[in-house]
Design a protein around this ligand. Structure first.
Ligand code: HEM
Length: 445
């Protein structure tokens, strides 16, 4: 990444995303939505979209605005779109959430907010998909191919979501209800699997190699993993639409998609182990050790899914399964990478301009890993115990684990803010001749 320009609004995306994560945790601690309410209830839809759009999608997009130009060695197609897109996503999500509250009868006469929120989200995600898609297209190799498949899946997710939002206000009757019911798993698989998981995998190849000084995974090898993942998403989405149109059951399609999903996780595991084995940096930094915990959650997800299917309990415990995917695997990985990326970008922004002219600190001098590690461990332990409480149908104990998860997250966020403020850099090196303190919420590029 050295030599690449710094994306001005990545920090703003990260800050907004973290705000939504804390909001989601407050919602869980308060006992709003699943598991206190039904998994398909409007209250749960509020929680699901605060996490999937507010936290994970916003953090991912912020990271990609920095990362895609580095991967392609080309500037973004339209740098200027990043901030309006963030505004549209935030306004769209807030409106959509109000629409869900209206759907649940908590806001009177507000059903129109559902399509209004959807259209704002289409505009925001649309700008991001065109901007990142056209830039990635310039060099479709390695991780960039994962990003392209991820963006295509985001298109499918947003399209499904918009159709649902319009259908919920404009169409009643049993045919519509059946189609909505059948479509929700396809929307969820395209979003959590195709968009978030495949993009996270693609980005992780590069970040792991970079921060462990490992050679990049060969394109053909990672291409097999991507093929399995892309097929899993395509089978679920296209096969699912055909199954809905023919009014046939969804079981065969979802079983094929699940088998391909398992193959994707196994192949990804193979690639990650190869990166670890080939590393030249023997001492693992905290972000890598914590990313490893999220890989454990990903493996745990595969195991849990297989066990639940074999025992005929998948439908009853789908909430615990999704919880582990979203908080153990995806959020765990994003938090670990956020911790490192903020340090790295802050270091580049502050010390890049004076490098060679004054002594500067190392990237690692911006962080206090020992202090931060306890917050990460708290976070992951809370997620794992929380998942067990969901399996055991213990909603009150689950809320206590959500509280512990929030405490871990607040600890991590505090560390990241300290990094951005250069609070752990000793004074003579902190701002050497001419270096300027970075702004907390955006980069001065
Ligand atoms: C334009 C953006 C979006 C809109 C308008 C939207 C809208 C909706 C609606 C209306 C439902 C409920 C359908 C029903 O029960 O009848 C739903 C469910 C769901 N959405 Fe979205 N969505 C959007 C984006 C996303 C994204 C980006 C993700 C994930 C990355 C996502 C994940 C989910 C999940 C997991 C469910 C199932 C929740 C449950 O059953 O409790 N959505 N969405």
């Amino acid at each position: 990444m050295i030599g690449a320009s710094i994306s001005r609004w990545t920090m703003s995306y990260f800050a907004m995303a973290v705000g939504w994560l804390l909001a989601a945790q407050a919602i869980m601690v308060a006992g709003f939505g699943f598991p206190a309410a039904d998994i398909a209830s409007p209250d749960t839809l509020v929680l699901v979209h605060v996490v999937s759009i507010g936290w994970l999608s916003t953090a991912m997009c912020g990271g990609l605005f920095q990362f895609v130009p580095v991967l392609t060695a080309k500037p973004l197609f339209a740098e200027k779109w990043a901030l309006p897109a963030l505004g549209l996503l935030t306004a769209g999500l807030t409106t959509l959430l109000a629409g869900f509250l209206a759907l649940g009868g908590r806001l009177p006469d507000g059903l129109w907010l559902l399509p209004a929120g959807a259209f704002l989200l289409v505009a925001g995600f649309g700008l991001i998909i065109v901007d990142l898609g056209l830039t990635s297209w310039l060099r479709p190799t390695g991780p960039t191919r994962f990003i392209l498949v991820g963006l295509a899946s985001l298109c499918a997710t947003v399209t499904f979501g918009t159709v649902f939002a319009v259908a919920l206000v404009s169409c009643s009757g049993s045919t519509c209800a059946t189609m909505l019911d059948a479509g929700v798993p396809l929307h969820a698989i395209a979003g959590v699997g195709g968009w978030l998981t495949l993009t996270a995998m693609g980005v992780s190849y590069r970040l792991l190699s970079m921060f462990m000084l490992s050679p990049d995974v060969d394109d053909r090898t990672s291409g097999t993993t991507l093929l399995a993942g892309a097929l899993a998403t395509a089978v679920a989405v296209a096969g699912g639409i055909i199954a809905v149109a023919l009014s046939s059951g969804m079981n065969v399609i979802l079983s094929i998609a699940a088998a391909l999903g398992l193959a994707t996780i196994a192949l990804y595991g193979r690639d990650v182990i190869a990166i670890f084995r080939a590393r030249r940096r023997r001492q693992l930094e905290l972000n890598i050790r914590m990313a490893a915990l999220s890989f454990v959650s990903l493996g745990g997800t595969a195991l849990l899914g297989v066990m639940l299917v074999l025992t005929g309990n998948f439908a009853a415990h789908v909430g615990a399964f999704v919880y582990l995917v979203v908080f153990g695997w995806l959020s765990g990985l994003v938090l670990a990478k956020l911790y490192k990326i903020v340090a790295f970008l802050t270091w580049l922004e502050t010390y890049g301009p004076v490098m060679g002219r004054s002594p500067t600190p190392r990237v690692q001098d911006l962080v206090a890993e020992e202090r931060a590690s306890k917050w990460f461990v708290t976070y992951h332990a809370a997620v794992w115990v929380g998942m067990l409480m969901l399996l055991a149908d213990q909603p009150s104990a689950f809320r206590a684990t959500a509280m512990a998860m929030a405490i871990g997250t607040i600890g991590i966020v505090r560390e990241v803010v300290r990094t951005r403020r250069l609070a752990d850099v000793a004074d003579p090196l902190r701002l050497p001749g001419g270096a300027r303190e970075p702004h907390l919420l955006f980069a001065r590029n």
